[in-house]
Design a protein around this ligand. Structure first.
Ligand SMILES: Cc1ncc(COP(=O)(O)O)c(C=O)c1O
Length: 423
């Protein structure tokens, strides 16, 4: 019998994170105590959206803002993004360098389609969010750059090495999903220099090679802790504006993952191509949401007021996790974490690989460790393998957006007991 679905559809892999989330959901439904650190989302009772945003959406809907928006986005929001970048990030963006979409995902999809031909090389670090799904989906050739703890699980010019030669797109993300780490100024500056050097080489050689672009995913840039500072390619090297497409939106910064407003910022020719492509997909943010977001972005005082509550609440949860793990490490357990820096994540290591669980089974892989910690301690986390990492070294993403401080405090004694049970 002939295949009913396309080769692409048959090659698609389901998200490991969602598979794990389903298993966790079943355990919670069975009444077990679980600290759910899996999904990169917010529980609205813990992290509501700004009141100004939800009131604004309601007001705009009631005012009849219910028809199609322009496919590039409403001018009110595009102009608001221009002003927002000037005020908060310190660089100028032309109006035709802004495209409004239904969240960050269509921006990524549109940028891939606007820039990458089948077979082109796309470079991305591992672990990283979703690149291992996007790259094959768009028939690009993946070039993975494994990154470890020493560089915050982020690439450096040195670790990228020769991978940029002949590549079409480099994808980086800071603050980073899954690690919760951020580029230092030197680290990002070095990468920008490598990109500029590669493009200078292509131009100087008179070759017909198309330029190397950077997809700079800064979806979490407003969520930083402990004095960590966010840097942008354009802020560090203004020449990078020609080669950089920014992925951004309100999903994380305003805890508004379900509201679906995002934007691309980039060179006008690329933004135009992305807009033309996405117009056929209809991945627009609804009018009411766009207008309410424009009002929110224009109100710096409201943003600061909102973050005055949200950021300490996130930081408290991340610190509780980091401090709890540090205490276990001091007791001699093979655990570790990075310090909270940005996003809603913490990287944590439970280096139990090769050790024996109380039932006698040997925990070989991170998936074995994940299941053991879930069922013995009610610790629900996602291993870095779900983000394309290959090394079985016990590193996990802990996501703090859907738990309360009490959930984390209750977890720690259960985690201690589970770790003590492993020999
Ligand atoms: C790094 C990163 N970029 C982009 C997105 C997509 O954001 P959105 O939910 O707005 O599509 C996410 C969502 O988890 C993310 O973690």
């Amino acid at each position: 019998m002939s295949e009913r679905l396309s080769a692409l559809a048959r090659s698609m892999q389901g998200s490991q994170i969602l598979r794990i989330a389903a298993e966790v959901g079943e355990l919670i439904a069975s009444g077990k105590p679980v600290c759910n650190l899996t999904v990169g989302d917010f529980a609205p009772p813990q992290f509501p959206v700004p009141a100004k945003l939800s009131a604004g959406i309601t007001k705009q809907l009631q005012a009849g803002q219910t028809n199609y928006p322009p496919s590039t986005g409403l001018p009110e929001l595009r102009n608001a993004v221009v002003a927002f970048y000037k005020e908060w990030l310190g660089f100028d963006v032309p109006l035709d360098g802004v495209l409004i979409c239904a969240g960050g995902r269509p921006v990524i999809y549109g940028a891939y389609h606007a820039l990458v031909n089948a077979g082109d090389r796309v470079v991305y670090p591992t672990p990283s969010w979703s690149n291992e799904y996007y790259t094959p989906m768009l028939l690009a050739t993946p070039v993975e750059v494994p990154c470890g703890r020493e560089s915050g699980f982020l690439p450096t010019a040195a670790s990228l090495g020769d991978s940029l030669r002949g590549a079409r797109l480099l994808i980086v993300n800071s603050p980073m999903n899954p690690a919760g780490t951020m580029f230092t100024e030197e680290q990002l500056g070095g990468i920008c220099d490598a990109v500029l050097a590669e493009n200078a080489r292509r131009e100087a050689g008179g070759s017909r090679e198309r330029p190397l672009f950077v997809l700079f995913d800064q979806m979490y840039w407003m969520l930083t802790f402990g004095g960590a500072k966010h840097f942008t390619p354009t802020g560090l090297r203004p020449e990078m504006a020609k080669y950089t497409v920014y992925v951004d939106g309100i999903s994380k910064s305003f805890a508004a993952t379900g509201v679906r407003v995002g934007w691309a910022v980039g060179p006008a020719d690329v933004i135009k191509a992305m807009g033309d492509l996405l117009a056929h997909i209809g991945a627009w943010a609804p009018r009411a949401e766009q207008l309410a977001t424009a009002e929110m972005l224009a109100d710096s005082a409201a943003i600061r007021e909102f973050h005055k509550t949200m950021l300490p609440a996130l930081e408290e949860r991340l610190n509780l996790l980091a401090d709890g793990i540090a205490a276990l490490k001091r007791e001699g357990f093979p655990v570790d974490s990075t310090p909270p820096q940005g996003a809603i994540y913490l990287s944590a290591q439970f280096a139990l690989n090769g050790k024996r669980a109380p039932d006698g089974t040997v925990l070989q892989t991170n998936e074995d460790i994940r299941r053991y910690l879930l069922h013995s301690a009610g610790l629900a986390a996602v291993q870095f393998q779900a983000f394309g990492a290959r090394e079985e070294t016990g590193w996990f993403r802990l996501s703090a957006g859907a738990v309360s401080p009490a959930d984390i405090k209750a977890l720690m004694p259960r985690l201690r007991e589970a770790l003590a049970g492993v020999k």
